[in-house]
Design a protein around this ligand. Structure first.
Ligand code: TEU
Length: 556
């Protein structure tokens, strides 16, 4: 199989607000990222996915854009952005931008125009509908960040639609002129020489019927807004045709609501995108209707099943974005490993597990040094719009403040958004000023300077995983090999093979603190890498110690 450049790549996600502050205002910025490019180059990554840096009132930390062709002042200037692209290029690192085009900010000039009058030329760039006879909103859908999807605007006596916060009005994709504006903006960015886009919440662009009554799923009488409505594919194909198709770039779509059997429509030769970000394997501890309360117990079985479904759906065509963390998720070690066993060692196990799945691995800032969830003390310490809404919803559902806070702080997106730990000095070396969000308590032990200085650190381990994919004699099988799960019903281990012609490699991971014994039909071969040593393999027998992981040859 000939591979595309982005299939051989490893992506690193930067949440600019929390990465590195160069001008000492407590908020990370683009020059701060440039200062750390050598660090990223040493780690060995090929692509940076940059969470939004566009002009924004920051109601959702940049996922509410008020000008697509300008940079937010706190993050720097367009010159800084151009320099980041150029400096990245020098090091063989391309930048992919976060493309947020389901909605804009309510401060975007288009929306400011749109809300002015019913006959404004930009009126139809957003979704406006009349109230029902009783004055209420057109339907009873609930926005992802809580409350009705409809916000009443006095000036014109109509409601506008928002899938997320009310400050994030949805763009009206049914309007061809709006779509043309968006495509032009996308091409403008691509002409700058970026490597592509991570595309935000894109399955939300097609809306549910406006005047239907939906069966309530909670005490607020509302039903959660549902993405991936019929017809979404036509917009996505047009977007691709008008923009991406003309460049040597890649697109990775965050696509909630896509069922495994629909994956081939979304990625692959004729798919809408190149890679897909799925949620099943990280949503295993989330309750129905996207609720973070109470935290749901999860089983290894659910995790394995979710991953295998996606792997199988991209067996002959299509490609996955494989990840354990991003800016919307808690830290992986804190989520998947019981408290008493959370360590670099278990972090190595998790890393190995997802790194060699078929697809492109994504590392989220701080994951490479094993950053953990934060010790938030009260709801006032949380900044995230979604966490605050979930907390209030938990109270509305009759839970106590203590329970609500425990569950929400465990799942909060802010766990991933605390400042990056660079060293053990003030504010973890992130800034000399007071940081916008508190620094996690453990920065003196868990930080980049410490990890770089120690040969057995998780950071060095990630470097080796990247090397194995990029430059080793196993690269081809690890990138292109077919995926097959082994011991699928086993309750302790996650095991899979990657096979390319005569080559076969097996990835083994014990998710428990007890030994796990596995018997194979044929002999295993050379131990390649792992978080302990080669003694776990003995002919047809494998004995995995607690949380042990290993990558091993398995001759065919
Ligand atoms: O997230 C989209 C998404 O589907 C969210 O509902 C996700 O499940 C949620 O963040 C959990 O609280 C994207 C971005 O990744 C997120 O950061 C933005 O807040 C959101 O879109 C709106 O732009």
């Amino acid at each position: 199989m000939t591979t595309k450049w982005w299939q051989n790549s490893v992506v690193y996600q930067i949440y600019p607000r929390s990465f590195n502050d160069s001008n000492q205002d407590g908020v990370g910025d683009i020059p701060g990222i440039i200062q750390k490019l050598d660090y990223l180059s040493d780690l060995g990554i090929d692509v940076i996915w940059l969470s939004p840096v566009y002009a924004s009132p920051m109601k959702d930390n940049g996922y509410d854009i008020s000008d697509y062709e300008n940079i937010a002042e706190v993050f720097g200037t367009m010159e800084d952005m151009d320099q980041l692209i150029a400096e990245g290029k020098k090091r063989g690192i391309s930048i992919i931008m976060d493309l947020v085009i389901n909605h804009s900010s309510d401060q975007h000039p288009w929306f400011q125009e749109s809300r002015r009058s019913k006959d404004n030329p930009k009126r139809d760039f957003y979704i406006w509908q009349d109230p029902r006879e009783d004055g209420g909103p057109p339907n009873n859908l609930r926005a992802v960040f809580g409350g009705s999807c409809w916000e009443y605007d006095e000036r014109t006596g109509q409601y506008y639609f928002h899938s997320f916060a009310k400050e994030q009005p949805d763009l009206n994709w049914e309007n061809p002129e709006l779509r043309e504006h968006l495509y032009k903006m996308v091409r403008w960015w691509l002409d700058k020489g970026i490597g592509g886009f991570r595309i935000d919440a894109i399955t939300f662009i097609k809306k549910q019927p406006f005047y239907d009554d939906f069966t309530p799923d909670g005490p607020d009488g509302l039903q959660e807004v549902a993405p991936n409505q019929p017809g979404v594919g036509e917009f996505l194909q047009e977007l691709k045709r008008e923009t991406f198709d003309h460049y040597d770039i890649f697109t990775v779509a965050e696509a909630p609501g896509v069922e495994p059997e629909e994956i081939p429509d979304f990625v692959g030769e004729d798919g809408h995108f190149d890679m897909l970000i799925r949620f099943d394997h990280v949503d295993i501890d989330i309750g129905p209707h996207g609720r973070w309360f109470p935290t749901k117990d999860w089983k290894l079985q659910d995790f394995k099943q979710a991953i295998t479904n996606a792997q199988k759906a991209t067996e002959s065509d299509g490609w996955m974005a494989n990840y354990l963390e991003n800016h919307d998720q808690p830290r992986a070690i804190s989520r998947f490993i019981p408290q008493e066993d959370q360590s670099e060692f278990t972090g190595k196990m998790l890393a190995t597990t997802y790194f060699f799945l078929k697809g492109t691995p994504y590392i989220y800032q701080g994951q490479e040094i094993g950053m953990l969830n934060t010790d938030f003390q009260s709801i006032d310490e949380l900044d995230d719009i979604s966490s605050i809404d979930q907390y209030e919803a938990a109270l509305r559902h009759g839970h106590t403040k203590e329970d609500a806070f425990r569950w929400i702080s465990h799942r909060s997106r802010d766990n991933a958004r605390t400042p990056m730990h660079w060293n053990a000095t003030y504010a973890s070396g992130f800034s000399e000023a007071a940081p916008w969000l508190k620094v996690s308590r453990d920065y003196e032990e868990i930080n980049v300077a410490e990890a770089e200085s120690r040969p057995d650190s998780l950071f060095q381990y990630y470097k080796y995983l990247i090397y194995l994919r990029h430059n080793s004699s196993y690269s081809s099988v690890l990138i292109s090999g077919d995926y097959e799960e082994q011991f699928a019903n086993h309750k302790q281990v996650f095991v899979y093979t990657r096979t390319l012609e005569n080559e076969r490699v097996i990835i083994l991971a014990n998710f428990t603190n007890e030994e796990a014994e596995l018997t194979f039909d044929t002999h295993l071969g050379t131990w390649i890498f792992g978080n302990l040593d080669s003694t776990c393999v003995n002919g047809k027998e494998v004995k995995l110690r607690p949380y042990e992981t290993a990558v091993v040859e398995w001759p065919k």
